[in-house]
Design a protein around this ligand. Structure first.
Ligand SMILES: [Zn+2]
Length: 465
């Protein structure tokens, strides 16, 4: 009987996946939800078809990019795997991914499962399956109204992994992860950066992790790589960065990223320090799971940014860059990147407050939008859009942008059209989650309508270092 239910659940799931694809939807949660209603243990049962290992990637920022990079490596290695899509990282979305990769009988074997999930979902996921590796990117403040306090979430993850035998792959530069080994008794692998030319001696944009997770004293930092990630030591209990198993040297952001880790030279068309961390995390996980170094190198060099992760468009001879923003730290990193590019530009900032964006938009006041005031010479216009366009406009004005450079266009299409039409060499389109896919659709449409190669070359100017 249970076998019949299993097959029925898979069939229903596959039918809904197909139907939503035909209707042009992403439809990533519904199939898993419907199938689990028919046969509740479906995810547990399908997860047993993984032959080699299951890897879970969590953390506040970068998990989608890191997971996509690891996926590219596994694919290049020629292995089969399940991988859930961005935005479908809770149990129903993960179930959908397994249904999609399964055959109708539910017994198709695959080499790997590569699952990205929200921090708060980790305990639930571990009740259903036992991964070999759990990789954590970083812990930053993210949509507190949905997840509750950061400490609480981190505590839940520690409790959930305790005694499981899972191997943790941790960011050795993140003080908020520095007690995982002691607190869980698990084997921990660490990745991190040696000193880089981009470090600062004072941290500006983060309040997380300033206090020791073991004794509560304020940490002393030798240097910051970015946000609270850096070289730290606790004057109270001596808590400090663990010895890294994967330490990256010779970081260059020109603006493309290159570094070397354990004799493996990594080069990537991505930009920004935060993406260097994503690359390093992906290399660590890929090496642990036995991927070949040449395969890793080639897959990362060829890996291109995807939807909202610095995807670029060419419209009317201009370069348009689409970026997802969801919390202060990610927003800060993207704003910092603007400073590396002296070309005249327009900014489009779309702020929505749907559930998936976080209903509370006060986080924009925690972001260091003041950075823009230092770039005034190169910013032609700032267009504020989305459901909370007014809030964004007020934030930008308080950051020191003159009112005559700010314009409010709540409608996404009108706003993006304005950003493209204004005089500039490039436009940055920043969007919160629910504005992202709508904006992407608009950009694709405009690109088809007004495609013209970009003037003056396609790459950003190099930063001398
Ligand atoms: Zn301490």
């Amino acid at each position: 009987m249970s076998n019949i239910l299993k097959v029925l659940a898979i069939l229903v799931g596959k039918a809904i996946i197909l139907a939503s694809r035909l209707a042009g939807h992403q439809g990533s949660n519904l199939p898993g939800k419907a199938a689990a209603r028919i046969y509740p243990p479906l995810l547990q049962v399908l997860s047993r078809n993984i032959i080699r290992s299951t890897m879970v990637i969590t953390g506040t920022n970068g998990k989608t990019t890191t997971a996509n990079m690891v996926a590219a490596i596994i694919r290049a290695q020629g292995n089969t795997f399940v991988h859930n899509q961005a935005g479908a990282n809770m149990i129903p979305g993960i179930t959908t991914a397994f249904i999609n990769s399964s055959n109708w009988l539910g017994n198709r074997q695959l080499d790997y499962a590569l699952l990205e999930t929200d921090e708060a979902n980790v305990p639930l996921l571990l009740q259903v399956m036992k991964p070999r590796y759990l990789l954590i990117t970083n812990f930053f403040r993210d949509q507190l109204d949905r997840f509750g306090e950061l400490d609480y979430t981190i505590g839940l993850i520690k409790d959930a992994v305790k005694g499981t035998g899972i191997e943790l792959v941790l960011n050795g530069d993140d003080p908020l992860q520095s007690d995982f080994a002691a607190a869980t008794g698990l084997h921990c692998w660490y990745y991190g950066f040696a000193d880089t030319n981009y470090d600062s001696l004072t941290g500006a944009d983060s309040r997380e992790g300033r206090f020791c997770v073991i004794c509560g004293q304020e940490l002393e930092y030798v240097r910051f790589h970015y946000a609270q990630l850096g070289v730290f030591k606790c004057p109270g209990c001596g808590n400090t960065n663990p010895h890294p198993d994967f330490q990256a040297h010779w970081l260059r952001l020109t603006p493309n990223i290159s570094f070397e880790v354990n004799n493996l030279a990594v080069e990537s068309p991505y930009q920004g320090f935060y993406n260097a961390y994503n690359l390093l995390a992906a290399v660590a996980l890929a090496r642990l799971t036995g991927m070949d170094t040449e395969v890793i190198q080639k897959a990362l060099a060829e890996f291109r940014p995807q939807a909202g992760r610095m995807e670029t468009f060419a419209i009317k001879g201009k370069k348009i860059i689409l970026i997802l923003i969801k919390n202060p730290t990610g927003f800060n990193q993207s704003l910092n990147m603007l400073g590396m590019d002296p070309a005249p530009k327009n900014l489009f900032l779309a702020l929505n407050d749907n559930v998936a964006d976080g209903r509370d938009v006060s986080w924009i006041w925690d972001a260091d939008v003041e950075i823009l005031a230092q770039e005034l010479d190169t910013i032609n216009r700032v267009i504020c859009s989305g459901q909370r366009s007014g809030d964004m406009a007020v934030r930008v004005k308080y950051a020191g942008i003159p009112a005559d450079k700010i314009c409010i266009q709540s409608d996404l299409e009108d706003g993006i059209t304005a950003a493209v039409d204004e005089e500039s060499v490039l436009s940055y389109i920043f969007c919160t989650y629910t504005a992202l896919f709508a904006s992407r659709k608009i950009l694709n449409k405009l690109q088809q309508q007004y495609y013209a190669p970009q003037a003056g070359g396609t790459s950003l100017p190099r930063r001398s270092t």
